[in-house]
Design a binder for this molecule. Structure first.
Ligand SMILES: Cc1cc2nc3c(=O)[nH]c(=O)nc-3n(C[C@H](O)[C@H](O)[C@H](O)COP(=O)(O)O)c2cc1C
Length: 643
């Protein structure tokens, strides 16, 4: 089978220590919260991983598994390997992955300072450090406690080996416990575990040694490290290279090079703006100094790119995390040269779910995390109308068609995509356009009858067995005294991507993600000045952590002025009065154009008309409740899964 592949580098066999692998594709760790509340592996979790194994990856690195309890953990529903009683479930899990054709390493992890209070326990770390991300000061570990944790890593590795895992990956990245010892930003100790580089990496090396002493000689132990923390006083590429060299000397079989700590999380779990493989320079640099394989990670979507990266020596193996979350069949599709696959849009819906302690889901693949819920073929074929071809409508139409229904999809505009077409306009958001292309192809492949430029009216409904309404929402408007003639909405601005704004002083009202992105768009289109006025004290609060960090940085770089806790009172001539509700100050700034971005209201007119006629309708997407892409796609899927 392998010789069929176009990607000779990606599909060349690999070796990690004594372990042979069928290709260079590694499924990267993603905490799924598919474990049970008390951290046992569940059937759902096994299904999630085995689907990716069936999809052709060579190696799976599991999500982080806690080696101690409760201190190693951040939240419930995270996998535990700290006690022998978890072993039967791990063994069954590994068996399934092997049956599905992949090898699997257990990721051994201690969260350290990266968590809030959990089970009443204060987080522990090398030093008592205030963590601005959690608002908590960690407790300094004693030397006895450090030795105890070292032994716990060893014991966890022993369990992993007995359960059949093919190796372990020691998590020494992302500011978690081991990484926090390595970094001067978080390690202020002055004993044998702090100060010099040799002392700061001692904890890591002792863990590697403990893992080795509890496992077979040929059992592969790899290590995930940060190539760069991107943090003041944190680990830099020079130090991480030295660290990798020491790990190799200690007998580690491969190094997986990630980056970023919680305060620089946009470099760890990149938002949409980052380009493909942008941080592979880190693995490439480290690789020059090592003789063992080096893994590279971050924003990898295309097999062509991945194949070239390996060919150019950027890494020996490539780790794909979110791409495999959204496209489990990525490896087998790549091997077959199939160009129709989902490309992760880095929207971090998966991460946002995790932050709310919800099980993992993917915005653009509604089956991720619920692999067994593939909708069954319908008993009776129905004629279904889906109105509106945004992400919710297309998803509903495609799933209904897959189930054997006859589906007509109506769109009043000349193209499918709905809000996605606007979301893809601001700078560096073109990954969204890739998703629109994917949906277009799905419509064709699944034989959905698409009617563009077609308004669906309530009288059309009678011809169908079911009507699903995905008619979206309309932007909320606002009237500002003195600004009637110069006020528009963010949606209208984004609808005209070619428009230029040179010489214009623009004020955007509302600093949610739409307001912030529109401000960046206006700046990129030549506006003289752009200010954003937000009534809340914080901007972009609808975004996940990494996306928020990035957009704040971009607004700063673009010199967009932010007025938080403020509202625009009135406009007089060419000036707008901005009132700060906190300090009660009134400020005047130049203003030629006002762009309102204060949210949207579900469109319900058609639903009301159908309801009046006694026709049952299903509302999905923004028409049901205004949300992000993930909510739209999932509501489309759910609406027709049993229709
Ligand atoms: C929801 C989520 C959970 C993650 N959990 C882990 C984890 O348990 N351990 C880890 O080392 N990295 C974790 N990561 C980081 C990924 O392994 C990966 O390094 C990162 O997402 C960048 O790669 P990608 O662009 O292929 O997703 C997680 C990422 C996401 C999105």
């Amino acid at each position: 089978m392998w010789e069929m592949s176009n990607y000779a580098n990606l599909f060349s066999p690999g070796k990690i220590g004594s372990l042979y692998l069928k290709n260079r594709i590694v499924m990267g760790p993603i905490i799924t919260r598919l474990a049970s509340e008390n951290g046992a592996i569940t059937a759902e979790m096994t299904d999630y991983y085995s689907e990716r194994a069936l999809g052709g990856v060579g190696l799976i690195i599991t999500e982080a598994m806690g080696v101690d309890y409760p201190l190693a953990f951040g939240q419930p529903y995270q996998v535990r390997i700290h006690d022998d009683r978890y072993m039967p479930a791990h063994a069954k899990f590994v068996e399934r992955i092997h049956e599905c054709g992949a090898k699997v390493f257990a990721s051994l992890w201690h969260t350290g300072i990266n968590r809030g209070l959990f089970e009443g326990e204060v987080p522990v770390g090398p030093s008592a450090i205030f963590n601005s991300n959690t608002g908590i000061t960690s407790r300094e570990l004693s030397v006895d406690e450090i030795r105890d944790i070292v032994e716990k890593f060893g014991q966890a590795a022993r369990r992993a080996m007995i359960c059949g895992y093919d190796g372990v990956s020691v998590h020494a990245a992302h500011g978690y416990l081991i990484s926090s010892f390595v970094s001067r930003a978080t390690n202020e100790r002055n004993d044998q575990y702090g100060g010099s580089f040799e002392n700061r990496i001692r904890f890591a090396l002792e863990i590697i040694s403990a893992v080795q002493s509890h496992t077979r000689k040929d059992f592969p132990v790899i290590c995930r490290i940060n190539g760069d923390d991107f943090q003041e006083k944190g680990v830099t590429i020079e130090e991480s290279t030295k660290f990798a060299v020491e790990l190799e000397k200690a007998g580690v079989a491969a190094i997986d090079v990630s980056a970023g700590v919680y305060s620089t999380m946009d470099k760890m779990i990149e938002p949409i703006q980052y380009s493909q493989g942008w941080k592979l320079y880190l693995s490439e640099t480290i690789r020059k100094y090592l003789h063992i394989p080096v893994f590279g990670v971050g924003v990898i979507h295309d097999p062509e790119f991945a194949d070239r990266a390996i060919g150019e020596g950027k890494a020996d193996f490539l780790v794909l995390a979110r791409e495999l979350l959204c496209e489990p069949m990525w490896a087998s599709k790549a091997m077959a040269g199939d160009q129709h696959y989902r490309k992760c849009i880095c929207c971090n819906y998966c991460l946002q779910r995790g932050s709310n302690n919800l099980p993992v889901r993917c915005a653009i693949n509604p089956l991720s995390g619920r692999e067994q819920h593939v909708p069954k073929r319908a008993d009776k074929t129905k004629h279904i109308a889906v109105v509106g071809a945004g992400p919710a409508g297309v998803t509903a139409a495609v799933i209904a068609s897959k189930r054997g229904h006859k589906v007509d999809l109506f769109e009043s505009e000349s193209s499918i995509g709905g809000q996605l077409l606007l979301a893809g306009v601001p700078p560096q958001k073109d990954k969204i356009c890739g998703f629109v292309d994917y949906l277009k192809k799905e419509i064709v492949l699944n034989k959905v009858n698409l009617h563009l430029n077609t308004v669906f009216s309530s009288s059309d409904a009678e011809k169908f067995d079911n009507v699903v309404l995905a008619v979206g929402a309309s932007p909320k408007k606002m009237s500002i005294k003195g600004a009637e003639l110069i006020t528009t909405t963010a949606w209208d601005v984004l609808k005209s991507p070619e428009e230029t704004y040179s010489g214009k002083n623009v004020i955007v009202i509302g600093a949610g993600s739409v307001g912030c992105e529109t401000a960046l768009f206006l700046e990129s289109r030549g506006a003289e000045s752009v200010a954003v006025v937000e009534i809340l004290p914080r901007i972009a609060s609808d975004l996940d952590g990494p996306s928020r960090i990035k957009i704040v940085e971009e607004l700063e770089n673009a010199s967009v002025e932010l007025f938080t806790s403020s509202k625009l009172e009135f406009v007089e001539g060419k000036n707008a009065a901005i009132f700060n509700v906190g300090n009660k100050s009134l400020l005047s700034i130049p203003c030629d154009l006002i762009v309102v971005a204060i949210g949207a209201t579900s469109s319900r007119e058609l639903a009301e008309q159908l309801f009046e006629k006694g026709i049952a309708v299903q509302l999905i997407g923004d028409a049901h409740s205004v949300g992000r892409i993930g909510e739209a796609v999932h509501s489309g899927f759910d609406a027709v899964a049993s229709l």
